[in-house]
Ligand binder design. Structure first.
Ligand SMILES: C[S@@+](CC[C@H](N)C(=O)[O-])C[C@H]1O[C@@H](n2cnc3c(N)ncnc32)[C@H](O)[C@@H]1O
Length: 308
């Protein structure tokens, strides 16, 4: 337990996919004045250094955000898909030097992306179990605007988030992004979504998962879509692969799996904004083209029949 440290992986292709979907979803949700509850049940540190020891050990961002930026620089006249442009604007807000062509040194994790959209009427609940990451998260969030609207909990996010559902305003976005270190994590995600939908069926739930050769990972999106269907709710499912699926990554100290070898990942969104499918239809080919490493790079996008 707790061998996973997201600092080794920050800014990789899976983060890019997840954070493009997260930022596009939040941009839509904050268009309405009514208060929004934002919950990140596996928060990590919030902010990461791309030039620090962790990132250098794995160099995963080289095949993720750094590759995306290099491809964009190589084609300055190509139009940027709205969801990708919105995500890059947030990256630039944390890295003002990028405006002059500099490389990003800070990578905003999901709590920092959420904080970018936070308004005085909203509130954010962040859960993190790893003690050192939880302390880093507290420090990082305390320095950002609207810190008093942000609460950091050192507890299990699967259970902890349920006491905030449904929120008083009946509007919430919940991100579920566990490290999937244990085989049992997959079943826990399914049990959690079932419990969350039972309490609050109209919330927007964003669940990230790795695409790796493991039956539990393969079955997870189907199980999540089934839960949404049973609750009578719409869903969207997006995947992105940047290369062939060979597990060739570096071995991260303390971790059992060679994570750098993960070639693909996916996101399931329950009750997505009706605009999200069209936005991802534009964004996913660009992510594939700008981060893809071989001819097996690709994407997949599907939605429930009732999604806009
Ligand atoms: C993939 S990382 C999160 C990355 C973050 N969501 C982002 O996008 O920037 C998963 C995090 O969840 C934490 N974690 C694992 N199990 C947890 C649990 N049951 N409750 C809360 N945090 C947990 C891990 O310590 C790790 O920091």
């Amino acid at each position: 337990m707790f061998s996973y440290r997201h600092a080794f992986h920050a800014g990789n292709h899976a983060d890019v996919l997840k954070h493009v979907v997260l930022s596009a979803t939040l941009r839509y949700l904050v268009q309405k004045e009514t208060a929004l509850s934002i919950l990140d049940i596996h928060a990590g540190c919030g902010l990461y250094r791309l030039d620090g020891d962790y990132a250098r050990t794995s160099s995963e961002s080289q095949q993720g955000i750094q590759q995306l930026l290099a491809s964009r620089r190589a084609a300055p006249d190509s139009p940027v898909a709205a969801a990708v442009a919105g995500y890059l604007d947030i990256l630039q807000a944390y890295n003002p030097g990028m405006a002059d062509g500099g490389s990003p040194r800070i990578y905003p994790g999901s709590p920092a992306i959420m904080q970018h959209f936070l308004r005085p009427q909203d509130q954010m609940q962040l859960f993190e179990l790893q003690p050192a990451d939880m302390r880093a998260l507290e420090g990082n969030m305390a320095n950002l605007p609207l810190a008093r609207r942000t609460h950091v909990w050192h507890e299990d996010g699967f259970n902890g988030c349920l006491r905030f559902l449904p929120p008083p305003s009946r509007r919430a976005l919940v991100l579920c992004d566990p490290s999937y270190e244990l085989k049992s994590d997959y079943a826990q995600v399914v049990r959690w979504l079932d419990a969350a939908l039972t309490r609050f069926a109209t919330g927007t739930y964003l669940i990230w998962y790795p695409i790796i050769p493991r039956p539990e990972a393969h079955e997870l999106p189907r199980k999540l879509k089934t839960l949404a269907r049973q609750a009578g709710k719409s869903w969207l499912h997006a995947t992105l692969s940047i290369k062939s699926g060979v597990q060739s990554g570096v071995h991260i100290p303390g971790e059992k799996v060679k994570r750098g070898g993960m070639a693909a990942s996916g996101v399931v969104v329950i009750n997505p904004p009706y605009t999200l499918h069209a936005e991802l239809k534009d964004a996913l080919p660009q992510l594939r083209d700008w981060m893809g490493q071989d001819h097996l790079a690709g994407f997949h996008l599907e939605k429930s029949p009732d999604h806009g």
